[in-house]
Design a binder for this molecule. Structure first.
Ligand SMILES: NC(=O)c1ccc[n+]([C@@H]2O[C@H](COP(=O)([O-])OP(=O)(O)OC[C@H]3O[C@@H](n4cnc5c(N)ncnc54)[C@H](OP(=O)(O)O)[C@@H]3O)[C@@H](O)[C@H]2O)c1
Length: 380
C-alpha cells in the first residue's frame, strides 16, 4: 500500500458563510490533526452569480492560484479536475444542486439537511447508486473525535441501556430585526425555520445515542411547533421520540438559547441517560467536552465501569473549525470506493429526515411547490 496520502480534489458550490468556513478547513494541513492518510485540494469554486464572486471567495481564503473560479454551478460540476462537490447553498436548493453534481458524475457532500424531504433524498440515492458515486449529508458533528468516542462508549454498553436522551440546539435571536422575512432562516422559499437548520443537531445527538445502523429502528414521534407568523416557518419546535421504549426529547428555537450566556453559564445541552449513568455533552454542533456521571446506587448489580470525569477536546486543531473531520471521511470513502459513509449513512439520514417531514406535516410547515417537489432541473 502506498504511503502517499490519498488526495481528494474539491469543487465548492456556493460562496456563502459555511462554504468559507469549510474551505478554510480544507486548506489546513491534515498533519496538524495527526491525519496522514488523506489530504485535500481546493481545485475550483463556483458562484451562481459571477465568476468574479467565486474568484474573490478563493482569493480571500488564500486558495492555490491554480484553483478555477466559475460563474455558474454547471461549469463547476463539469470541471474534470474536480472529484467531489461540496453543496453549500440554502436548504431549498440542495436537491437541485446535488443532482446537478451527481448527474455530472461527481461525488457529493451536501450540507445539512441533505434535502428538504425524503422524496427528494430517495431520488438522489437512486442516482448516486446508478452512477456509483459517493454521497453524504454534511453532518459534521458526527465526525469529531469526541462524537466518535461517545458513540463507541454507548455501543460498548458502558452506560448500560440507554433509556432517555435530552438534546437541544437553540440560538437567541431578535428574529424580526436580525432575519426579517427574506433571510434563509425565516424564508419559506429558502426552506427556513428552526427545525431544518438547528433542530437537526438535536436530532443528530438523539440518533447518535439511540440509532444503530446495524439494527436500525424507525422511531415514532410527536411534536409541537410554534410558527414565525410573518412567514409561517417554525421558530420553535419540540419533538418527543420513541425508539422501542427509549425516549428522546429534541428541542430547537430561534427565540431562546441553549446557553443564554455562554461566558457565565456554559451548560451541557445534550444529556444521554443510561441505566449505569449519564453522559452530558457541551455543545451540540461543535462538541467541546463530555462529562460522565455514574449512577450512585450501591445496590446496583452492575456498577458502572467509569467514574465522574469531564473530558475536554480541542474542537479546532490547526486553527480550524472542525469541519475537516467530515472531509477526511469523504476522502477515505472515495479512496476505498464506498458510496456511503458508515458513520453517516443514507438510511440514517433518511430516517432522520423522515422525522422532520412528519414534524413539518403535523405543524403545518410547508414550503413552495418547487422547493418541496422533485421536478428537475428547476431554476428556483
Ligand atoms: N454545518 C454547519 O455548521 C452549517 C452552518 C451554517 C449553515 N450550514 C448550511 O449551509 C447551507 C448554506 O448556509 P450559509 O449560512 O452558508 O448560507 P449563506 O451564507 O446565505 O450562503 C448561501 C450561498 O448559496 C448561494 N446561493 C445560491 N442560490 C441562492 C439563493 N437563491 N439564495 C441565497 N443564496 C444562494 C450563494 O452563493 P453564490 O451565489 O455565490 O454561489 C450564497 O452565498 C445551508 O444548508 C445551511 O443549513 C451549515
Amino acid at each position: 500500500m502506498s504511503s502517499e496520502p490519498f488526495t481528494l480534489r474539491w469543487g465548492i458550490l456556493a460562496t456563502g458563510g459555511i462554504a468559507k468556513t469549510f474551505t478554510k478547513d480544507l486548506l489546513i494541513d491534515p498533519s496538524t490533526r495527526a491525519v496522514h492518510d488523506v489530504r485535500h485540494e481546493v481545485v475550483a469554486a463556483g458562484s451562481s452569480s459571477a465568476a468574479s464572486r467565486a474568484q474573490d471567495f478563493l482569493t480571500s481564503l488564500n486558495a492555490p492560484s491554480s484553483a478555477k473560479a466559475y460563474g455558474s454551478y454547471k461549469e463547476l460540476v463539469e470541471d474534470d479536475n474536480v472529484d467531489i462537490i461540496y453543496v453549500a447553498t440554502p436548504h431549498s436548493h440542495h436537491y437541485q444542486h446535488a443532482r446537478l453534481a451527481l448527474e455530472a458524475g461527481k461525488h457529493v457532500l451536501i450540507e445539512k439537511p441533505v434535502t428538504v424531504n425524503v422524496a427528494q433524498f430517495k431520488i438522489l440515492q437512486d442516482i448516486a447508486r446508478e452512477k456509483k458515486r459517493f454521497m453524504m449529508e454534511a453532518v459534521w458533528t458526527r465526525f469529531f473525535p469526541l462524537s466518535r468516542e461517545v458513540v463507541q462508549f454507548i455501543r460498548d454498553g458502558k452506560l448500560g441501556e440507554i433509556k432517555r436522551v435530552w438534546a437541544d440546539f437553540s440560538f437567541w435571536n431578535d428574529v424580526e430585526k436580525e432575519f426579517g422575512t427574506s433571510h434563509r432562516m425565516t424564508s419559506p422559499s429558502l426552506a427556513g425555520g428552526a427545525l431544518l437548520d438547528l433542530g437537526i443537531y438535536s436530532l443528530t445527538w438523539v440518533f447518535m445515542a439511540l440509532y444503530n445502523p446495524l439494527s436500525p429502528i424507525t422511531p415514532s414521534a410527536v411534536s409541537l411547533v410554534t410558527k414565525f407568523p410573518p412567514t409561517g416557518v417554525d421558530e420553535q419546535t419540540s419533538v418527543l421520540l420513541d425508539f422501542s421504549g427509549a425516549h428522546a426529547i429534541a428541542t430547537t428555537s430561534i427565540r431562546v438559547a441553549s446557553t443564554p450566556n455562554a461566558a457565565h453559564n456554559a451548560q451541557d445541552d445534550i444529556r444521554i441517560q443510561g441505566t449505569l449513568g449519564d453522559l452530558t455533552v457541551n455543545y451540540a454542533p461543535r462538541p467541546k467536552s463530555y462529562t460522565l456521571t455514574p449512577a450512585s446506587s450501591a445496590s446496583r448489580g452492575t456498577p458502572a465501569e467509569f467514574g465522574y470525569e469531564t473530558k475536554t477536546f480541542d474542537d479546532g486543531p490547526g486553527g480550524g473549525h472542525g469541519m475537516f473531520w467530515e472531509a477526511d471521511e469523504c476522502a477515505r470513502c472515495v479512496r476505498d470506493g464506498e458510496m456511503e459513509s458508515g458513520v453517516c449513512g443514507w438510511r440514517e439520514s433518511e430516517v432522520c429526515l423522515g422525522v422532520m417531514d412528519g414534524v413539518r406535516v403535523g405543524g403545518g410547515v410547508g414550503y413552495p411547490e418547487g422547493v418541496e417537489g422533485v421536478e428537475y432541473p428547476l431554476d428556483l
